[in-house]
Write a protein that binds this ligand. Sequence first.
Ligand code: BGP
Length: 486
Amino acid sequence: MTKKGFPKNFLWGGALAANQVEGAWNIDGKGLSVADMATYRSNLSLDDYEGHMAISSDFIEKARKDKDDKVYPKRRGIDFYHRYKEDLALFAEMGFKVLRISIAWSRIFPTGEELEPNEKGLQFYENLFTEMKRLGIEPIVTLSHYEMPLELSLKYNGWVERKVIDDFVLFCNVCFHRYKDLVKYWLTFNEIDSINRHSFTTAGIIPDRCPEGKEDETIYQALHHQFVASALVTANCHRIIEGSQVGCMLTKLTTYPYTCNPNDVEITLKKNLHNYFYADVQVFGEYPVMIERMFERNNIQIKMEPNDREILRNHTVDFVSFSYYMSLTESAEDGLEKTAGNTIMGVKNPHLPSTEWGWQIDPVGLKISLIELYDRYKKPLIIVENGMGAVDKVEEDGSIHDDYRINYFREHFKQMKEAVEDGVDLFGYTSWGPIDLISAGTSQMSKRYGFIYVDQDDEGNGTLNRRRKDSFYWYKKVIESNGEDL
Ligand code: BGP
């Protein structure tokens, strides 16, 4: 008999990152993190992405002394730090089985190098995970989601210096010991590949501190340190928490050739292989040969300690997690119309609609991604981010009719189901931003992903009250029926 539908214990839920929800940026001993440097600018256009992400030593110098948090929306978040009980209750009402959340490193080690962790920070997450347990919501915890302590960025140019491996390993060990009875699923680095797109938020790298002409080498050196750290942390997690599961996390940038011209196909193949590279190292435990060749060709020399390769080989991940928002299209020709999404540019695909932010909506691409990932890695998969950023309108009676969001999810869930029926081992799904939060890429509040509306505008005005959107009731039904009632 052929298997139908989602597995019985499928983990339905949502995903958040500490720096986009908590607020309380300077409360209970928290130190500044790289996320606290992100500014909001109105009218951010697609071409502005790069400028928005760019950061300089001078800017940081000014921003770290700046106490006016109006300009830095991630510092205020949606006040999850104080309202987490209310928010968890709403997630439980939708029937969440799982919630992905990150631990803000600078809440535990404010500058990254204290001798003792900050007890108040540790206590906050203990309270959070305990409340989740009470509600029957399984945590899946990201250890690094664009939240490096700012001091480490300033002192070591982030992950560029090897010393940071020790700091991160210590931070993770503290978390493993403290939460070992509360958390089983862990992710090391969120979208580890994004180091190549926004290296400051991902790895604390300040561009003006990179040797000229050696920018790529600097980035790949930092990445190597993250790979080694990820492997060491995986080993420690397995040792400290019995039965724990550790995953890598990739931005799945499934890319299509614009035409069947072999030149388009080749360039696309290479893009896709480069996207896989980041997970390859964490799943297979070694650098792909084509990446080593690319390093040679470009005179990129990665400094490795003698046993680094062995560390990578010996401590690979248990499962693969990824974000999927859209697909991309590539062409060998110049001059074709482009579109951007998730801080990456590609050729516009004439077959796909886009969100207001230009992210191409492609449910079939999710199925393709699932099949490809499972075929390549043969590891259990979990989708830990997917969703649609949109502007929502609150009606006079307070209702929010977000049928566009429901349609987006419905079409993606259909494709997920088909992939599962094709044999893909998918064990869970967490939508991105089940409650509206501050956008990572734009620092906007008005780019909303949630089933739950938060009354706050881009400038930080509003009551912060929570409201159920139409999609809230729809997702509840989906979870109740284990994905049958779409
Ligand atoms: C991913 C990040 C998230 C997130 C999401 C949506 O790349 O891991 O933190 O926010 O993208 O992006 P944005 O907030 O820019 O719409």
